[in-house]
Design a protein around this ligand. Sequence first.
Ligand code: AR6
Length: 176
Amino acid sequence: MGSIEVIDADITTLRVDAIVNAANQRLRGGGGVDGAIHRAGGPRILEDCRRVVPDGARLPTGEAIATTAGDLPARLVVHTVGPVYADAGEDAPALLRSCYERSLAVAGDEGCRSIAFPSISTGVYGYPVEEASRIAMAVLTAHVDAAREPSRVVMCCHGEHDRAVYQRALEDLRGG
Ligand code: AR6
């Protein structure tokens, strides 16, 4: 049986097989959770980012790719690129859905049994958190209900407000 947990924590501290990074297309680090992951995980993550997305290349929005997790307790970092809400227009929901789906698929291909997600696109990229939470939890519940790996899914929010929003989205889907 799979599980979904919604927590308020620093994602860099989690002992899971894969943590997801809300990255940008160039994969060279940034602010927010991206900055926290590179700081805590050390230079090996950036080194591996250069290998998987060479200079001049871009990871398309909605896609995901795995690197080492460097010094983090996780085994892998799955970098995904969320939509910039103001630019994506009507494509925003499908692109955000794709981030969660592709990250799960990449982690599954890498043999991961557990994965933790940050609240993708809802920081610098400006996606309203209520809307984003409904999309995220719809993908995560469908994944777990289909009994796929990674079977242990953690939604790792930053702050109690966001945790409550994602928890409510999960309960709405579960009829709780
Ligand atoms: N653990 C968990 N969540 C965190 C952490 C942490 N340590 N730190 C921040 N968050 P953002 P985006 C939350 O802006 O909107 C970067 O510069 C944060 O509170 O990190 O997808 C990239 O390089 C928010 O809820 O990501 C891109 O250029 C969530 O993580 C751009 O920002 C996402 O906020 C991506 O923007």
